[in-house]
Design a protein around this ligand. Structure first.
Ligand code: GLP
Length: 262
């Protein structure tokens, strides 16, 4: 895992957006898989800014999304459909027909989840997977105990996640208890993964994800088995990494290498 530590949230977001733009320059018809939550909000804002400055083009890009609350309609203000539209899609030139988010209102769940996986395969697989990190170590909505080989399916949220996500709803009771999420197995098939983590409240879990044992109790720890993960974490989130100095040193050497100094 490549570990990039930034001074703060803003720098993390800028670097993440730059990274995505670079990927799209190399492959304009990239298949992205996007995440929601507070963490990627400024990354999306920066992508919108770069789009308006004509630095990036989404006309050939396709997107999937990691997850959706089960039971919420697309136009519900807390649905991830609504989130993506508000923060990114309606501001850029991504074709509506090129984006797919799990449908929270679907009846035949099993058939739909199978179809979602099939759509990803049909497109040729995910080139770049964007991820945030839940406080209990989840990615997407793969809560602790999720099989590390899991595929897109219905999951039950933990009390901790319901509590964390209740900040977006009027009352905790309104937070859906069920979600549709891509599995850890699905995520692990992405060609590249960009994991974004910010804030001191994620420092403990991030240490386990990067340096702890691989376990379904910390589902994101499965990323240690992936060949191409780039973690961008701000100082606060990285504060408990025991090899922090080493990661910083490696990045400095990488920069020098890119400048042709070594
Ligand atoms: C949600 C999402 C995840 C996200 C996580 C962290 O539960 N399903 O994709 O990464 O929460 O959210 P935040 O970035 O708000 O801390």
């Amino acid at each position: 895992m490549r570990v990039i530590i930034t001074k703060d949230y803003d720098e993390m977001s800028r670097k993440a957006a730059e990274f995505i733009v670079k990927e799209l320059k190399n492959k304009p018809d990239s298949i992205l898989c996007l995440a929601t939550g507070t963490t990627p909000v400024s990354t999306y804002k920066e992508l919108v800014r770069l789009y308006k400055d004509k630095k990036v083009d989404f006309s050939k890009v396709s997107t999937f999304n990691l997850d959706e609350y089960y039971g919420l309609a697309d136009d519900h203000p807390q649905s991830y459909h609504y989130f993506m539209n508000e923060h990114l899609f309606r501001h850029i030139n991504l074709k509506k027909s090129n984006s797919m988010i799990p449908d929270g209102k679907v009846k035949d769940i099993e058939k739909y989840c199978f179809h979602y996986e099939w759509e990803i395969k049909q497109k040729g697989g995910i080139d770049l997977q964007l991820l945030g990190l839940g406080r209990d170590g989840h990615v997407g909505f793969n809560e602790p105990g999720s099989s590390l080989g899991s595929r897109t399916r219905l999951k039950t949220l933990t009390e901790e996640t319901v509590e964390d996500n209740s900040r977006f709803f009027k009352k905790k009771d309104e937070v859906p208890r069920y979600v549709l999420t891509m599995g850890i197995g699905t995520i692990m098939e992405a060609k590249k993964i960009l994991l974004l983590v910010s804030g001191e409240n994620k420092a403990g879990v991030l240490q386990k994800v990067v340096e702890g044992p691989i376990t379904s109790m910390v589902p994101a720890s499965a990323l240690q088995m992936h060949r191409n993960v780039i973690l961008i974490a701000d100082e606060a989130a990285a504060s408990r990494l025991s090899r922090k100095d080493y990661y910083v040193y490696v990045e400095k050497m990488q920069e020098r290498h890119e400048k042709g100094e070594i």
